[in-house]
Design a protein around this ligand. Sequence first.
Ligand code: ADP
Ligand code: ZN
Length: 293
Amino acid sequence: MSLYGAIEAGGTKFVCAVGDAKGNIQERISIPTTTPEETMPEVIAFFKKFSVDAIGIGSFGPIDVDKNNATYGNITTTPKLAWKDFPLLKTIEDEFSVPTGFNTDVNVAALGEAKLGAAKGVDNCLYITIGTGIGAGAYINGELLQGLTHPEMGHILVRRHPKDSYKGRCPYHADCLEGLAAGPAIEERWGEKAFHLSDKEEVWEMEGYYIAQALMQYILILSPKKIILGGGVMNQEHVLTYVYRYLGELLNGYVSYPEVQDKMNEYIVRPGLGDNAGITGGLLLAEKVFHER
Ligand code: ADP
Ligand code: ZN
C-alpha cells in the first residue's frame, strides 16, 4: 500500500504525518509555526525519514490555489508577515520529487470529513472551523470548491446581536463574522479566556446567534448535505443548542427539507475525525494527486 505524507500548516503549528489513504496515521509530529527559516527545515527533516509516494498540504491562508499562476502554492496576503508570499508548495516540491497537492486547511479538512468522517458517503459537505479565525471549506459534488480563488466564508457580514457593542477585530472588516465570533473576539469582548467562559450563557447565546446567521447563508448559497463544525470554540458544545434554535428561526421553514427542519442535530454536527480532520484530509489529497499524476 502506498505511503502518503500530510501537512496541516496552521498559524500556530504545523502538524506533519505519514500514513495511508484509509486515514491510518503511522507517525506524526507537531512543529511550532515561527518563521519559514525555522519551521520548514523541521518539516523537511520529518519527511526525509520516510519514502512517501505523494504529499497533501492543507494550509492557512490566504493562499494561491490557481495552478495557472506563477505564485501557485504560495501563502499570499497573510497578516503573519514572516510567511507573506512564502512559496510553501515549491519548498516541499524542491525537496521531495513526488506529486504534491495544495489547498486550504479547511478545504482539506472537508475532504477528510467527506471521505472518512462525519460526512462519509456524502458527496457534498461543508467544514467550518471556529478557532483563532473562522474559515470554511466546501466539498461540492466530489470536488473541493475553488473559483477565482478559494472561498473566504469567515469574512461574511452578519447582523449584530442587539446586545453586542464590541467593535470587532478583523483587520480588514472589523465586524465581519470572524471579527465578531472567532475565539480572540470572544476573549476580547468578554475579557476572559474562552474556556473560562463556559458558564456564561450570554456568551454562547451570542456566539450561536452569529454562527446561525453564517450557516443560513451557506445553506442558501451552497445547499450542503452535511455541515461540520470544528475548531477550538466548538469545544463549547452548548453553542450548538443556540445554533439550532436561531437557525430554525432564521430559515423560518423556507428550506423545507427534513434534514434542515426536523433533524438539524444530524445535519449540523461535530467532526467525525475530531482533531484529525485536516491531517486525514491531507493523506487523502496526497492519494488524489498520486492517482492523477
Ligand atoms: P487554530 O484556529 O489556531 O487552529 P483552535 O481551533 O484550537 O486553533 O482555536 C483556538 C481558539 O479557540 C482560541 O483562540 C480560543 O479562543 C478558542 N478555544 C480553544 N479552546 C476552547 C474551549 N475549550 N472553549 C472555548 N474556546 C476555546
Ligand atoms: Zn473580515
